[in-house]
Design a protein around this ligand. Structure first.
Ligand code: ATP
Ligand code: MG
Length: 584
């Protein structure tokens, strides 16, 4: 992978720790002891939403380990819940994993591929006297289960004979009983200190149509029953999951041991939490459904599709996964760590261009009318192989409103009355006048003069001024809309108290009302008229920007003649603008 070279460089220069972690230590040991002789992992998403940056951590971990150990990684959809899963999600998940740069080869599976095999395995456990059909309903099961401090009680149906269990289970499967009336449970230990071992439910009755198996089944396996056995069937060696499954590991092992089948090893790690965002699919779905964002791929969403649309690169996300590493302890990663990975990557490869987001007109009084100079501009000072380009310069220019102050504060090195600045790649100019709207008093135009002796790159240009500002020539520039994004939430941990389970999203106050600002009437240098969705640039002095998917030109129109809908997303600012705020 192209980026791995970069990572190797980062490692060699000490910026990045060697890819070493406790999971790799366990794998190394297993290989040394001959417990397994290959490494086979899997990424097992439930297709009930779009993937988010937390999933990216898991993807990079599972596929990354497989790559580094010359092993394999499967993509497996955990589609055991027929009511919540949709084909749209399956497609988006495939696209996201591929975009991140990983390949599952011909090993894309579904838990539903194994429904027949799981049924056979269940029969094996029933015949061994290790599973039984229970007639208690969900509430009763909960009641009998006990609590962390109280032992559970055996169900009155626990001692059914094998024959009776086989008969009832087959009839459950044939659809003779209504939803929720019976379950198949593992017969383990109702007084186990681990609640997961108190006769966990393996199957429930649910007359629902499944997106792949249709109406073939009216019993569906529970996660714990499906997951480990699916791992085993696929020959997985290391089943890497998040910490909340640690207490499920004894059950994972129990099923495999009782069945006597290939036994993968479950290893848990801490899930990723990021500041100023939420990471649960359920909550992200709520944001989408309540219209608080414009869909799963809204550039403010922490989904992979949102990050992609925002302008994130797969390399930056893989770099992030590498930098944060994996551990056993839950923690909250500052979102600025993710943004820094993006800056590090874009700095190396995003072409520099000039764009003016809030234009202020500037006229160079002593510059000849009608003359257009083509000036040389460097595409990327970090990478000379990216070459140079020509940009047009003329008498009438636009600069950023922010780059002029009528009454400048101390140490203001940009433009103000009587002051000099360099126009990037062009000349030193001096502000000699300010034109205001007679009614509003608003500054509408600056009058300047230029010093022809100071052209950038010419031998005479040795004269120095403190400030350099960017500009565009409006006569040549393309029109653009810029969408300026900020954090979606204004509190550090919005998944905390403000969400009330099951009810309407109660965290309204924690949503940042200024997370999206749409700026129209921006001007970008002419070359950008041909930019395509997903193209990324550094707007000099402003930040990194990416062409939004909404700015598709009409199909039959050549790119150079934009139909007027060139839209840029602000991907990230040049520096962390929040750092100062947080310190103060
Ligand atoms: P969510 O709560 O967001 O719905 P989930 O764990 O239910 O997450 P799955 O589709 O079941 O989502 O997850 C697929 C894989 O991704 C699992 O192995 C899971 O452990 C992992 N994963 C999910 N969220 C994170 C996270 N925040 N950090 C690391 N790994 C994660
Ligand atoms: Mg899940």
């Amino acid at each position: 992978m192209e980026n791995d070279k970069n990572l190797e460089n980062e490692r060699a220069t000490g910026e990045l720790p060697e890819r070493k972690n406790f999971i790799r230590d366990i794998i190394d040991d297993d290989l040394k002891m001959g417990k397994y002789n290959t490494v086979h992992t899997r990424f097992p998403p439930e297709p009930n939403g779009y993937l988010h940056i937390g999933h990216a951590k898991s993807i990079c971990l599972n596929f990354g380990i497989a790559n580094d150990y010359n092993g394999l990684c499967n993509l497996r959809f955990d589609d055991t819940n027929p009511t919540k899963e949709e084909v749209e999600y399956v497609e988006s998940i495939k696209e996201d994993v591929r975009w991140l740069g990983f390949d599952w080869g011909d090993r894309m599976f579904y838990a539903s591929d194994y429904f027949d095999q799981l049924y056979e395995y269940a029969m094996v456990l029933i015949k061994k006297g290790k599973a039984y059909v229970d007639d208690l309903n969900a509430d009763q099961i909960r009641e009998y289960r006990g609590t962390l401090t109280e032992p559970g009680k055996n169900s009155p149906y626990r001692n059914r004979t094998v024959e009776e269990n086989l008969d009832l289970f087959e009839r459950m499967c044939k659809g003779e009983f209504p939803d929720g009336s019976r379950t198949l449970r593992a017969k383990i230990d109702m007084v186990s200190p681990n609640l997961n071992m108190r006769d966990p439910v393996m199957y429930r009755i649910l007359h629902a149509t499944h997106h792949r198996t249709g109406d073939k089944w009216c019993i569906y396996p529970m996660y714990d029953w499906a997951h480990g056995q699916s791992d085993s069937i696929e020959g997985i060696t290391h089943s890497i999951c998040t910490l909340e499954f640690e207490d499920h590991r004894p059950l994972y092992n129990w099923f495999l041991d009782e069945l006597g089948i290939h036994h993968p090893r479950q290893i848990e790690f801490a899930r990723l939490n990021l500041t100023y965002t939420v990471m649960s699919k359920r909550r992200l779905l709520q944001l989408v459904q309540e219209g608080r964002v414009n869909g799963w791929d809204d550039p403010r969403m922490p989904t992979i599709s949102g990050l992609r649309r925002r302008g994130y690169t797969p390399e930056s996300i893989r770099l992030f996964a590498d930098r944060i590493g994996v551990s056993k302890a839950d923690s909250m990663i500052d979102v600025s760590v993710l943004e820094d990975c993006l800056r590090a990557d874009l700095n190396k490869r995003a072409p520099r261009v000039m764009a003016v987001i809030h234009p202020l007109k500037l006229i160079i009084e002593n510059y000849p009318d009608g003359v257009v100079e083509e000036l040389d501009a460097v595409n990327n000072p970090e990478d000379t192989s990216m070459g140079t380009r020509k940009i047009p310069f003329s008498k009438v220019l636009y600069i950023e409103q922010d780059d002029f102050r009528e009454n400048p504060p101390k140490k203001y090195f940009r433009l103000s009355p009587g002051a000099e600045v360099r126009l990037r790649y062009a000349y030193i100019i001096k502000c000699v006048g300010v034109v205001k709207d007679p009614k509003t008093g608003e500054i509408v135009e600056l009058r300047c003069t230029y010093d022809p002796e100071t052209k950038s790159g010419s031998p005479q240009s040795a004269r120095k001024v403190k400030g350099t500002i960017h500009w565009v020539s409006p006569q040549h520039a393309a029109d653009a809309e810029v969408r300026v994004y900020d954090r979606l939430f204004s509190v550090k941990d919005p998944s905390g108290e403000n969400w009330s389970e099951g009810s309407r999203f109660a965290g309204k106050d924690s949503i940042n009302p200024n997370s999206l600002e749409v700026v129209k009437g921006c001007k970008v240098e002419p070359g950008l008229a041909a930019a395509k969705p997903q193209d990324r640039f550094q707007f000099e002095r402003l930040g990194y920007y990416c062409v939004d998917d909404d700015s598709q030109p009409k199909a039959d129109e050549p790119l150079a003649q934009r139909p007027g809908n060139l839209i840029f997303n602000r991907t990230v600012t040049l520096r962390d603008t929040w750092a100062k705020v947080e310190k103060s």
